[in-house]
Design a protein around this ligand. Structure first.
Ligand code: C2E
Ligand code: MG
Ligand code: MG
Length: 627
């Protein structure tokens, strides 16, 4: 490269000189800096006394040793040369610098003077930015690499074949909040190191923002991988899956927390795009990788998703869903349906589960199952949960189920005494559980409605419990301290083990419909459900079976010792105003099926003449003990 601003030997640059030049007298140790040097160093000439030590300390850690060695080599080798490096100025700005250094020697060959110049090339260099925390490249580096891959492909008329992987750490914000910013930063630095080491040589590794990173592997790298004997099909471009697997495997190794004895295992979601031509703009590739990444997140994280055109449509659908949800919440186009929960032994209604519906003007009521991911992602679920909580608390205060008139509810020898008060269960999403004011929110709803806290149950899925991480216990304690019962919903769909759950103060557990629906079809389903019921009982949890649709399922569950049940066979989710009628309809079905307490009622006697002694005999047992 040309030498644009080399000072004439012997000249003494001063701080008024605009060019960035400097001079170090090796005999006296005096250092002179021009104003241009201060501009590059982001320092104030009036207050800063530069030293070589200070100047090289501005250089980013990744380049610092190289720059110091370079200066030493110039001095000892008596030969000038040039270097490029990044520095973070005293003003905190990251700059890419191109610098020249020359050496002057006296008649004996002794070095007497070092002098040099520097140019800020950040603006001209697309990769002239580094992430100050991790010392990785930034988004600019990714765009520049992708652009040069596309240019190469165009020039050589060979398909591009570069791979872009965008990674985002799973549940990082929970760790960051729980462990503090400094630990969070240290984890990001550790992640950066792992990725840097795992990525093939020549790859660009960058931090895009927060906990999201990108790796670009070009076509040449693929060829290098081939030469080194790595698994690779010739002409296939870089092995995208292999790359993603390598990156994830590097992250999965446990990371020691700074200043602590504990380790954490980080997982990440990855969105992958493989370019196969020159037509795609780098920004568009980043957008596509982002779509794939979001899908990987939504599918539970710790996975890799390749971009496919359908992902764009899915994203559009999500935006439409968000708009619908937001306007329904703003206009309170919402309602709650209540589904009865039955005591399996007595057949009595012991409570209800509150199930939200959002009313779309065109499509009518919509179950959260259809929009729960959008609601979670946008945080709108928090508003939904709050609204349902208010309604459900009022319901818990006002409502008691119609009595069944069953022959007896207390004469069953091993039925525990009925707690009497019906309960109302609400579903709470992970986002709502993360609210710092959760306990206050629930207390407020209970106070406004005047409801007894013991009548309110909170259902939490296994997934959202895991989302709480270390804070799960505090979250649950905040609720149980109010007198509210908390239980696990959809048990069996997450990854929790009951032994793990038993460390928390839980009151009940709902066995997911997926297990119940297999009863009677598949013999192993009974064994699984039986094991779950027994384990839950060993941990003193009430077991509620979900999605009971047939009498056969109900009877099998009773035989297994299941405590409570819920499902279409007992009653569908119903508006509040129709709930009592729905429960009465259940009572008459229970009577006909001789279910629960009705099972005690003897079969209708054979028709005899009225007033016969046999009719008198059965009469006392048919007496209801309830009003
Ligand atoms: P969930 O809490 O497991 O609720 C049970 C779901 O199973 C309900 O679906 C219910 O209608 C359905 N179901 C009940 N019995 C049967 C049956 O016998 N057969 C079949 N096939 N299905 C049955 P729904 O109301 O569509 O709610 C779906 C999910 O949406 C709920 O699953 C819950 O996770 C979530 N959800 C509902 N309301 C709320 C809410 O207010 N907040 C939050 N965060 N989530 C909610
Ligand atoms: Mg539920
Ligand atoms: Mg459930």
């Amino acid at each position: 490269m040309a030498h644009p601003a080399e000072p004439a030997p012997g000249a003494v640059p001063t701080s008024s000189v605009a060019a960035a030049v400097w001079e170090l007298d090796l005999v006296t140790g005096a250092l002179h800096w021009s104003g241009g040097m201060h501009r590059i160093a982001g320092s104030d000439p009036a207050t800063t006394r530069p030293s070589m030590q200070w100047w090289t300390s501005l250089v980013v850690p990744a380049d610092r040793a190289r720059v110091r060695a370079w200066l030493l080599v110039v001095r000892e080798g008596r030969r000038g040369s040039e270097e490029q490096f990044d520095l973070v100025g005293a003003d905190g700005v990251l700059r890419r610098v191109h610098a020249w250094t020359e050496v002057e020697v006296d008649a004996t060959g002794e070095a007497t003077r070092l002098f040099g110049s520097a140019v800020d090339i950040s603006a001209a260099s697309a990769v002239g930015h580094r992430d100050p925390l991790t010392d990785l490249g930034t988004r600019h580096a990714v765009v520049a690499h992708l652009r040069s891959e596309a240019d190469d492909a165009r020039r050589q008329r060979v398909p591009g074949g570069a791979v872009l992987a965008v990674l985002d750490l799973d549940r990082f914000s929970v760790l960051d909040d729980a462990l503090g910013r400094d630990t969070g930063d240290a984890l990001l630095v550790a992640t950066a190191d792992r990725l840097r080491t795992a990525a093939p040589q020549g790859a660009t590794v960058a931090r895009l923002d927060g906990d999201s990173f990108a790796v670009v592997v070009g076509r040449d790298t693929a060829l290098a991988a081939l030469a080194s004997g790595a698994h690779h099909r010739p002409g296939a471009g870089p092995d995208a899956d292999g790359l993603a697997e390598r990156l994830l495997a590097a992250l999965r190794r446990p990371t020691r927390l700074p200043g602590r004895t504990e380790h954490v295992t980080l997982t990440a979601s990855v969105g992958l795009v493989t370019t196969d031509g020159t037509e795609v703009d780098p920004e568009d590739l980043l957008r596509r990788a982002g779509l794939a990444l979001r899908r990987a997140k939504r599918d539970g994280g710790d996975r890799v998703v390749h971009y496919a055109p359908g992902l764009g449509e899915a994203a559009l659908h999500r935006v439409a869903t968000e708009t619908m949800l937001r306007s329904a919440l703003d206009a309170e186009r919402l309602r709650v349906l209540y589904q009865p929960v039955i005591d399996m032994r007595s057949g009595e209604v012991v409570g209800v589960e509150a199930l939200a519906r959002v009313i779309d003007p065109e499509r009518g009521p919509i179950s959260p199952a259809l929009f729960v991911d959008v609601a979670e992602e946008t945080g709108l679920v928090v508003r939904l949960d709050e609204w349902v909580l208010g309604r459900a608390s009022t319901m818990a205060q006002q409502w008691s189920p119609p009595t069944s008139g069953a022959p007896t509810t207390i004469a069953l020898p091993d039925t525990p005494p009925h707690p009497g008060l019906p309960t109302v269960a609400v579903n709470m999403s992970s986002k709502t559980l993360q609210r710092p004011d959760l306990a206050g929110l629930v207390r407020g709803a209970l106070q406004r409605s005047g409801s007894d806290p013991s009548r309110l149950l909170v259902e939490i899925t296994e997934h959202s419990l895991l989302d709480q991480g270390e804070g799960a216990r505090d979250t649950l304690d905040g609720l149980t301290d109010l007198g509210v019962s908390v239980g696990i919903d959809d048990f069996g769909t997450g990854w929790s083990a009951l032994s793990y759950l038993s460390a928390l103060d839980l009151a009940f557990m709902k066995v997911d419909r997926a297990f119940v629906s297999r009863l009677g079809i598949d013999a192993s389903a009974s064994a699984v459900v039986q094991a779950v019921i027994d384990l839950a009982h060993a941990h003193h949890l009430t077991v509620i079976a979900e999605g009971i649709e047939t009498e056969e399922q109900a009877r099998m569950l009773i035989a297994m010792g299941c405590d409570h049940g819920q499902g279409y066979w007992f009653g569908r989710p119903t508006p509040e105003e129709e709930l009592d009628d729905a429960i009465r309809a259940w009572h008459s079905r229970a009577r006909a099926a001789r279910f629960g307490a009705w099972a005690l009622e003897p079969a209708a006697p054979p028709p005899r003449a009225a007033g016969s002694p046999a009719a008198a005999l059965v009469a006392p047992r048919a007496l209801s003990l309830r009003p």
